[in-house]
Ligand binder design. Structure first.
Ligand code: 13P
Length: 245
């Protein structure tokens, strides 16, 4: 089992990777890791994620009560959003929130990442929906995110940024990198003209590949057969997410 000290170091390293890749400006973004049934380590509020020390991190319980802090640090102002993800997804052990430039550009334009333009993005995400705008640090964001948490491992936050989560911190962070790559690719292919999309049939083949590979996490491919997959099945939903249904 990985020790708490080791997880504290990992959080600082991932914070630096986010900062070095321009996924967070100034003090933006936050990271948390669930270390036991009732204990969560998280980044403090108002501190650059590029220069964290293990002792800067805060520990809270699953209700958000502070268990431990140092040097007057307080937990991230977005912990309500993180806690909602842990509450609704018992499989999740780490949550990452950032403001990567391309993903946030789509969030600002209110355009979900739903165009199937590349096999890896289809296999990784199917699509990345947008949770409705909410004021930072309020319950409005967790309430908006809740609609998608059970079905996806990555969500854009309207006018704000991106949220990813997984069964390990490394995996949650990798999803953030992949969301940003998808957004940059979509943005740049739009500049060249209308991106050529994979067909619904090709998407189905990729969904089948994902199912056969046994990949962890939530994805439209695992919602069931297309007939009962309803609005979240991007291969046949007619882009209802883009129309706001
Ligand atoms: P915190 O510093 O409180 O974690 O907030 C940063 C942020 O990005 C809010 O969306």
């Amino acid at each position: 089992m990985v020790s708490e000290d080791e997880i504290r170091k990992q959080i600082c390293e991932i914070g630096k990777r986010m900062y070095d890749r321009n996924m967070v400006a100034a003090n933006d973004g936050n990271i948390s890791v669930k270390i036991s049934d009732n204990e969560i380590l998280c980044t403090p509020t108002g501190v650059s994620k590029g220069f964290l020390s293990p002792g800067d991190l805060c520990k809270v319980d699953t209700k958000g009560n502070v268990i431990q802090t140092n040097s007057g640090r307080m937990p991230s102002s977005e912990m309500k959003m993180h806690l909602r993800v842990y509450e609704e997804r018992p499989d999740v052990k780490a949550v990452v929130h950032a403001h990567p430039v391309y993903a946030t550009t789509f969030a600002v334009a209110n355009i979900p990442l739903s165009q199937p333009i590349m096999p890896e993005t289809v296999i990784n995400f199917g699509c990345v929906p947008i949770a409705k705008y909410g004021r930072p640090s309020t319950m409005e964001i967790p309430d908006a995110v809740s609609e998608f948490v059970s079905y996806f491992d990555a969500v854009l936050l309207e006018k704000h940024g991106a949220l990813t989560y997984s069964d390990s911190l490394e995996a949650a962070y990798m999803k953030m990198e992949s969301v940003e790559f998808y957004a940059q690719l979509l943005y740049q292919s739009k500049l060249l003209g209308v991106p050529r999309e994979l067909t619904p049939g090709q998407m189905e083949e990729l969904y089948e590949l994902r199912r056969q590979s046994g990949m962890q996490g939530r994805h439209p491919a695992n919602l069931g057969e297309p007939a009962d997959a309803c609005r979240f099945h991007c291969a046949n939903c007619g882009r209802k997410c883009e129309k706001g249904d």
